[in-house]
Design a protein around this ligand. Structure first.
Ligand SMILES: [Mg+2]
Length: 217
């Protein structure tokens, strides 16, 4: 039963550290995607942000830090350190996720689903983007819909669907003309290229799903 699984601050520290590892592995890939239709710094920017987050984790004693405070600090760090449009957007996701909570030391899977829904909703509001604009919203919103529908009874199968929808969403940006960001200026020339933010957000949010699936298995 999904709701018997409880997630503590350590779960989130593990998730964030693995997001940092994934970012290092994909730094060049994401930067290459951004070179196609942007200014070629997306992977570098995220790497700078997650390295700063790792520094915070390494120097912090977490015995008194709850999930909300941890995620808020992660969000603030990304907001301050990640350059370009993605800093505020990624920062917003984690801050909105944090603001879903009060001072819990442990939360349910359903609470995590609600946090993700709030985070994704926050990014839509902040970026004023909709599905079809060739942004991270194209990856995240289809995933959010799965969570909205399944949050109270989340299973590994639902999490697989969450990941699959985000992956397809990122791929769906390839034939799109961009309506937001730098790629907008390219008009039709952006067609044929995947949006770097959609790809990085799909891959980073897959890390959360992978960790949660392992808990539910
Ligand atoms: Mg860029």
């Amino acid at each position: 039963m999904a709701n018997e699984v409880m997630l503590n601050t350590n779960f989130f520290i593990d998730v964030i550290e693995n997001m940092g590892r994934l970012t290092e592995e994909n730094r060049n890939y994401w930067t290459r995607l951004d070179s196609d239709i942007g200014d070629g710094d997306h992977g570098i920017n995220l790497s700078i942000g997650f390295r700063a987050v790792k520094e915070y984790i390494d120097e912090t004693d977490f015995s008194d830090i709850d999930i909300k405070n941890f995620l808020k600090k992660v969000g603030m760090t990304l907001l301050g350190k990640v350059g370009g449009a993605s800093g505020p957007l990624y920062g917003t996701i984690f801050i909105k996720m944090a603001n879903t909570l009060s001072d819990e030391k442990e939360i349910t899977c359903e609470q995590l689903a609600e946090m993700l829904i709030n985070g994704i909703d926050g990014v839509k509001t902040r970026g004023k983007a909709e599905v079809g604009d060739k942004t991270m919203v194209d990856a995240l919103e289809p995933g959010m819909k799965v969570l909205e529908e399944k949050k109270s009874t989340l299973t590994v199968k639902d999490l697989d669907e969450f990941v699959e929808k985000m992956k397809k969403g990122a791929e769906s940006t390839i034939p799109m003309v961009a309506k937001k960001g730098r790629a907008m200026r390219l008009g039709e020339r952006a067609v044929g290229y995947k949006d770097p933010g959609a790809e990085s957000s799909y891959m980073l949010f897959k890390v959360i799903a992978d960790h949660l699936s392992r808990k539910l298995n």
